[in-house]
Design a binder for this molecule. Structure first.
Ligand SMILES: [Zn+2]
Length: 97
């Protein structure tokens, strides 16, 4: 039997840009801190929709607010496993009750 792998190393390949703090604040404000992963408010981090490891850029249109935990950790874990990016089903406007 082999020992189970406990954790995968971070796969960040591109350093954060120098003005990251400003970009981050702008992205949080732009989206009203609504987490793009779970749809709840008060997100405290900014996530790359397309990860840098997959060619995603630092442009604001690739950045969305996300909760550090559990959302960001969950998304990163999914990406590390090579699963396609999960996307919450969006309610059809005609279905809103
Ligand atoms: Zn969230």
């Amino acid at each position: 039997m082999t020992a189970p792998r406990v954790s995968a190393p971070s796969r960040r390949t591109v350093p954060l840009p120098r003005d990251w703090e400003r970009t981050r604040a702008r992205v949080l404000a732009r989206w009203g801190r609504v987490c793009h992963w779970c749809g709840e408010g008060n997100a405290d981090q900014v996530d790359h929709v397309v990860p840098a490891s997959r060619g995603g850029g630092e442009e604001e249109n690739n950045l969305r607010p996300i909760h550090g935990t559990p959302c960001h950790a969950e998304k990163t874990a999914k990406e590390a496993r090579g699963e396609p990016r999960a996307r919450k089903a969006e309610q059809h406007p005609g279905d809103v009750r």
